[in-house]
Design a protein around this ligand. Structure first.
Ligand SMILES: *[C@@H]1O[C@H](CO)[C@@H](O)[C@H](O)[C@H]1NC(C)=O
Ligand SMILES: *[C@@H]1O[C@H](CO)[C@@H](O)[C@H](O)[C@H]1NC(C)=O
Length: 369
């Protein structure tokens, strides 16, 4: 993507307007900016602009979104980034590829996530044209150049340094790579423990790069209980128990991710990276759905086959009447209601959920500096 001249023209008069706006109302003019990287759990619609099969742009996706229309979010309504934006008092961040992401909207942040991607470049190749993580980072750099033309280099650096960042990666490296087919290339190349070590070392490079690009507060989610999603129950489970191999993968991956994050923070000398225990957050409502207001955590609201776990969620699928009582919206993705529980833990969970601190702690800390 290259900046076209209309953007340049637009931005030149926007500078004055922005400087006036910032001058009169700063620093409350904007809550902190928010940037999102990762896969379908956090994609807010980038894939709508791409030639890919990984998309959520037709009904009933979005059925409970404020517009009741599909947006590209893999949810019946809001996704995790939307709810975080709500909590930090911001408008939802637009997908980076959205034509509406111009002018002052850029200062809210941007969502670079793309459904289907993973830590590895070869994850999700079956989805064709998706924005792999290094491309997302390249777009982040491009974003900063665009913002620089609006508010200058120093202000841009400040905006990025003070921003909140969320990155959600890793699930697809198992589900859509290592375990995609029996005897996959990666599973012939690596034993599971070696594959996990390889993923962690590659993820470390990604997080390092994010730091180099100016990120200073980064929420890093581990993988959820991949063996318990309706898709895996349908394909790999005999009696509805979570699929053992994928649970083992998560058990290996998540603790090493926390260790790697600790190592990075020590190296940097600050709490830049914050580990969110997505596994634990999901397991709460998966092991005791009733306590969280769900009638089931096994059957997806939208889908077909056992547990509604096979194939895609489409207009022809079974669809539950009340999405709020289902933990899973489709075969892989939580419902808005489950996403709200996850964000509640991100915001105010104990150190079992958020390490070394929760988002409320972060916001209190950063408002003082
Ligand atoms: C993935 O691709 C990026 C550039 O597109 C490259 O810099 C990186 O080294 C690749 N990773 C691996 C493990 O090959
Ligand atoms: C997380 O945030 C809440 C505030 O919402 C706070 O009361 C709680 O003590 C925090 N948890 C930890 C472990 O810091």
């Amino acid at each position: 993507m290259s900046m076209d001249s209309s953007v340049v023209f637009f931005s030149s008069w926007m500078i004055l307007a922005l400087l006036l706006a910032l001058g009169t109302t700063a620093p409350q003019a904007h809550a902190r900016a928010f940037f999102v990287f990762g896969d379908s759990l956090v994609d807010s619609g980038n894939n709508d602009y791409l030639v890919t099969t990984a998309r959520a742009d037709s009904p009933p996706y979005g059925i409970d979104y404020p517009t009741h229309r599909p947006t590209g979010r893999f949810s019946n309504g809001l996704n995790i980034p939307d709810i975080i934006s709500e909590q930090i008092g911001e408008q939802p961040t637009l997908p980076y590829l959205s034509p509406e992401l111009t002018g002052e909207r850029l200062l809210v942040g941007a969502n670079f996530a793309s459904a289907g991607i993973g830590i590895l470049n070869d994850t999700g190749i079956q989805f064709l044209n998706i924005i792999r993580i290094y491309k997302q980072l390249e777009y982040f750099q491009q974003y900063q150049q665009r913002v620089t033309t609006l508010i200058g280099a120093a202000q841009t650096e400040r905006l990025v340094n003070q921003a909140l960042v969320l990155i959600t990666l890793g699930g697809n490296d198992f589900v859509n790579n290592y375990y995609l087919v029996p005897f996959s290339a990666r599973s012939r190349q690596f034993s599971l423990p070696d594959y996990v070590r390889y993923l962690i070392s590659e993820y470390r490079k990604v997080l390092r790069r994010l730091y180099e690009l100016g990120a200073r507060r980064v929420l890093v989610t581990g993988t959820g209980p991949m063996g318990c999603v309706p898709a895996e129950l349908a394909m790999r489970s005999r009696n509805g128990e979570c699929a053992v191999e994928l649970q083992r993968a998560a058990d290996l991956f998540n603790p090493q991710l926390v260790q790697m994050i600790n190592g990075l923070n020590n190296e940097i000398g600050g709490d830049v990276f914050i580990a969110a225990n997505a596994f634990r957050m999901h397991m709460d409502f998966i092991s005791n759905p009733g306590a969280y207001g769900f009638v089931t955590s096994k059957i997806a609201c939208c889908g077909q086959g056992p547990y509604n776990g096979l194939g895609l969620c489409t207009i022809a699928s079974n669809l539950c009447a009340n999405r709020d009582i289902y933990a899973f919206w489709d075969a892989f993705h939580p419902s808005e209601r489950a996403n709200r529980y996850i964000v509640r833990q991100i915001l105010s969970g104990s150190t079992d959920y958020m390490h070394p601190m929760n988002l409320s702690n972060i916001m209190a800390l950063d408002s003082r500096t």
